[in-house]
Design a protein around this ligand. Sequence first.
Ligand SMILES: Nc1ncnc2c1ncn2[C@@H]1O[C@H](COP(=O)(O)OP(=O)(O)OP(=O)(O)O)[C@@H](O)[C@H]1O
Length: 250
Amino acid sequence: MIEIAGLTLTRGTLRVLDDVTLTLPAGGVTAIIGPNGAGKSTLLNCLAGLITPDAGTVRIDDADIHRLREPERALRLSLLPQGQSVVPRLTVRELVSFGRWPHHRGRPGPEDRALVEAALARFALIPLAERLVEELSGGQRQRVLVAMAFAQATPWMLLDEPLAALDPRHARDIMERLHEVAASGRSVLLVVHDLAIAARYAQSCICMKNGRILAAGPWDQTVTGDLLSTLYDTPLRLADVEGQRVILAG
Ligand SMILES: Nc1ncnc2c1ncn2[C@@H]1O[C@H](COP(=O)(O)OP(=O)(O)OP(=O)(O)O)[C@@H](O)[C@H]1O
């Protein structure tokens, strides 16, 4: 599990994270939702140990993430940051192979190679494996980056807007695969703006506004139309269409 206690961060005069305290049980897909500027990316980067808070702690499976050295962190969690750029002249297979680096530190073995192939297969990238990443479409590139994070084979996958710039089919495609990843025992935590996708695929959610947690917990017990309306300052309601959770305006 991830245990967050009293996480506070100020940038200039802005309290970006305001005493965030939260326990995230392991397993499933958890969506971090909330309006622009709520602090979602900052929270994710704090959980990954990339940002050191002014106060508070983050413990992942009993280790204080900010006290771990980078290679140890990379064995516990993978992070796909927002708007990740890619190193030029790398093929898809080479980039996905980078996910194995924390495990082999420059000397990949048969298991590393097998896990890279498994990641390529899971994200339907075998046909693209020898293509240069920079020559792919934005959606294909995003799939490669998620596959790289998957190849890291960490108990936790943290993804900041992995669906950005994806059309509905490709967004669903990635979510289906992340759903499978979670079903196989890993924990997936992602920042997502598409509420329809979050409603469909996330078992749990963290609702952030103004650097605070407005609500968090299992989706069905937490998310209501009133909550979403307050979160986004616009009228929203929940509905059930043919067994699917959907969000409606007004
Ligand atoms: N390095 C920084 N310096 C100053 N302000 C910052 C810095 N990083 C973040 N902020 C501010 O903190 C707030 C939260 O930013 P953050 O990127 O975490 O929000 P977010 O919820 O991920 O937003 P979005 O949905 O737009 O990506 C914003 O007001 C942002 O301007």
